[in-house]
Unconditional design. Structure first.
Length: 119
């Protein structure tokens, strides 16, 4: 008794491959080629007189739509009065610290700039 996928010892492994290739050629090859040609033929769509670009929109249109969408979604979080006040106070204090620092204290200025980046 043979199970599915198990061949008897009398079959040569090369014949199975040949049988599959011949079955593909006789049953599927022509049908698949015609379907591929239908997909690749632009005259079927009626767009042969127009220039078809790769993308439907430009980079700038995509960027502006995504930017506006992001601002609308985060409007209440990012632009709250408390957040704006915090940023202004920290910016003012940081500016005073930077202004009062001496050029000889370069490491202090580097640390302040790292704090700017972290905030």
């Amino acid at each position: 008794m043979l199970y599915v996928g198990v061949s008897s010892n009398s079959e040569v492994p090369g014949t199975v491959k040949q049988n599959l290739v011949s079955a593909y050629k006789s049953n599927l090859a022509n049908k698949l080629k015609s379907e591929v040609h239908e997909i690749d033929d632009p005259s079927q769509d009626g767009l042969n007189d127009k220039q078809v670009s790769r993308w439907a929109t430009t980079w700038w249109q995509e960027f502006s739509v995504l930017l506006i969408r992001g601002v609308k979604e985060r409007k209440h979080d990012s632009f709250s009065g408390l957040k704006i006040g915090q940023v202004l106070v920290v910016a003012f204090l940081s500016g005073l610290l930077w202004w009062q620092s001496d050029v000889s204290h370069l490491q202090d200025q580097v640390n302040i700039s790292q704090q700017f980046i972290i905030f």
